[in-house]
Design a protein around this ligand. Structure first.
Ligand code: PGA
Length: 249
């Protein structure tokens, strides 16, 4: 069985005082092996501090995005090497907010994912359809197309994670049905197998989009769902821990 991953994406939320939430998560995860790996991706300003606090604990810290280059004249950007240097172990790339608000194409996402591997990070590649794409019956074509275009060279089961996040479910309180999730995850699993061979069977596929304490256990029990990428509900330790507690045993 694949060990699930519950990842928190704090987005542009969190100040130094928020380390209290991190400490609560660490304390609880330390006490009980919840049966899942736990990752928190705070804003870039907090990665180094959070990584210092989490060092030697079962909670890992990651970034929410990285530049494809290791360094250079890219004002405002952060490289994968910088995330690793700050103590980060993972990076999210291709989140729909980056794709939509920063015009990131599959090719850009792929280059960022390869940068993550270059820096020794676990890379979470996000894919997902918009509502109009779903209504047009194009969900699986969009999702597998994004995966095909964004999948980095050198991807292996240990370091690659895919997150299926229907854009219309992010931050809206709406979630895909269990059948819709199963269908998308099966299509992703199949495409991973075609691209990576048997290693594709072990890549973790997370579901994201309004995962909350009250729907987590149902979603996490769906076939080929190997964890969750949690936005809003990851900001409060109690909610996030309830989701971690929802992994199937
Ligand atoms: P949400 O965000 O849980 O707030 O819907 C998920 C995400 O964007 O990763």
């Amino acid at each position: 069985m694949i060990r699930p991953l519950i990842a928190g994406n704090w987005k542009m939320n969190g100040l130094q005082a928020s380390e209290a939430e991190l400490r609560s998560v660490i304390d609880a995860v330390k006490k009980s092996d919840g049966g899942a790996d736990v990752l928190i991706c705070p804003p870039a300003t907090l990665i180094a501090r959070f990584a210092e606090i989490a060092r030697g604990t079962p909670v890992a810290i990651g970034g929410q995005d990285c530049h494809a280059k290791a360094s250079g004249a890219f004002t405002g950007d952060v490289s994968a090497e910088m995330i690793a240097d700050a103590g980060g172990a993972a990076v999210i790339v291709g989140h729909s907010e980056r794709r939509a608000l920063h015009a990131e194409t599959d090719a850009i996402v792929k280059a960022k994912a390869e940068a993550g591997f270059r820096a020794g990070l676990t890379v979470i590649v996000c894919v997902g359809e918009t509502e109009s794409e779903r209504l047009a019956g194009r969900t699986l074509a969009v999702v597998t197309g994004q995966l095909e275009g964004s999948l980095p060279q050198g991807a292996g089961a240990g370091t690659l994670v895919v997150a299926y996040e229907p854009v219309w479910a992010i931050g809206t309180g709406r979630t895909a049905t269990k059948d819709d999730i199963a269908e998308a995850h099966a299509a992703i699993r199949q495409r991973l197998g075609e691209r990576l061979g048997s290693a594709g069977q072990d890549v973790r596929i997370l579901y994201g989009g309004s995962v909350k304490p009250d729907n987590a256990s149902e979603i996490l029990a769906v076939a080929n769902v190997n964890g969750a990428l949690v936005g809003g509900a990851s900001l409060k330790a109690a909610d996030f821990l309830a989701i971690v507690g929802g992994v199937p045993r």
